[in-house]
Write a protein of this length. Sequence first.
Length: 412
Amino acid sequence: SYFIGGPQPCPGSVPYLCPSPSPPPTYHAFSLGAVVGSQNISARIGEPLVLTCKGAPRKPPQQLEWKLNTGRTEAWKVLSPEGDSWESVARVLPNGSLLLPAVGIQDEGTFRCRATNRHGKEIKSNYRLRVYQIPGKPEIVDPASELIAGIPNKVGTCLSEGGYPAGTLSWHLHGKALVPDGKGVSVREETRRHPDTGLFTVQSELTMTPARGGPLNPTFSCSLSLSPSAPGRRVLHTAPIQPSVWEPLPLEEVQLVVEPEGGTVAPGGAVTLTCETSAQPPPQIHWLKDGSPLAIAPSSVLFLPEVGAQDQGIYSCVATDQGHRSKESPGVSVSIIGLEEGPGLGLVALVLGVLGSLVIAALLVGILLWKRQQRLHREERKVPECPEEEEQRAELNQPEEQETAESNVGGP
Ligand SMILES: *[C@@H]1O[C@H](CO)[C@@H](O)[C@H](O)[C@H]1NC(C)=O
Ligand SMILES: *[C@@H]1O[C@H](CO)[C@@H](O)[C@H](O)[C@H]1NC(C)=O
């Protein structure tokens, strides 16, 4: 438990000449026999606090009265040793001290005790109470891993939760404080209070324009300075972050890579389309299917998990850089094996195929029969003579050449 209070009067001597413990309270008012010790004290939220009523005898009978003016009271609230305790907020102990079993934010305020000591002298105590809560270690959320030189970049958001009072966040580069100048360095701060506990969440988003040709691995950190009312360690530091700095690269080639290669999958298969550009900072990527924009959030990867007939088509991606220049990739086709003509047309195609084959077969048979008849006619017309016979023999030796020649000349 906490014990905070001024010096106790030494029995048999003048109170304000007692040796005082450190830090000594400031006695700033002397009036006809009254001594007022004024003290600024701080107490941690949730912990008990005991305030000493200076000059009061340790045991009853006592002449003393506590008066408090805090966030819980309307004007002054009076507590006496004989009175009941004030709910669970505060009560006067048998030795005259005031106990607050669990200090809350609403207990901030002024506490006064007026007691008459054994020598009949009135002694006043005066306390100004400030409460505090030490927040968790601040951290940098959404830290940037890469920064582009010459343009503003979000470096990260420094966040501290659960502190009271709020405290102040500050950013450091290579250990030196970064002072927001609205140009190269800017900071957006936000402070919220938890509706139930009243504790603060503070955050500070750092945006910075790294100089071209500057350090390639700058080290950023953030720190929270606690309010002076909190004792002990006054500053809490985050772990540092070390993004790498890139020089900007113009938007030139835009390539679309399809996986599996060729963009052909079995029905229900997955296709991954990746839009690649060397531009820095990374441009925004939008997607087109058969020339029309797809209503999806910008992303460099388009994943089609279960490809169906409706997903078939020509895909392309459009990269847009920060200067609003755009470039489109070559189109890439996504198709499904066995679905080129759509499911309804498959049967028709099969029937047509079979019919076609039959017609061709019939034609071939017809041609063969026709050729054979022609040959028979010729043999009947021309009585075999010697040169003819020679020719016929030659024909028999080169049957293929002869047939092609014949079909070229006398096709159906
Ligand atoms: C207590 O704090 C107030 C302001 O918060 C200041 O004016 C005063 O001097 C302080 N008193 C002591 C004794 O430190
Ligand atoms: C009064 O009693 C409380 C609780 O027993 C104790 O913490 C405190 O130190 C006492 N005060 C004085 C002035 O002795």
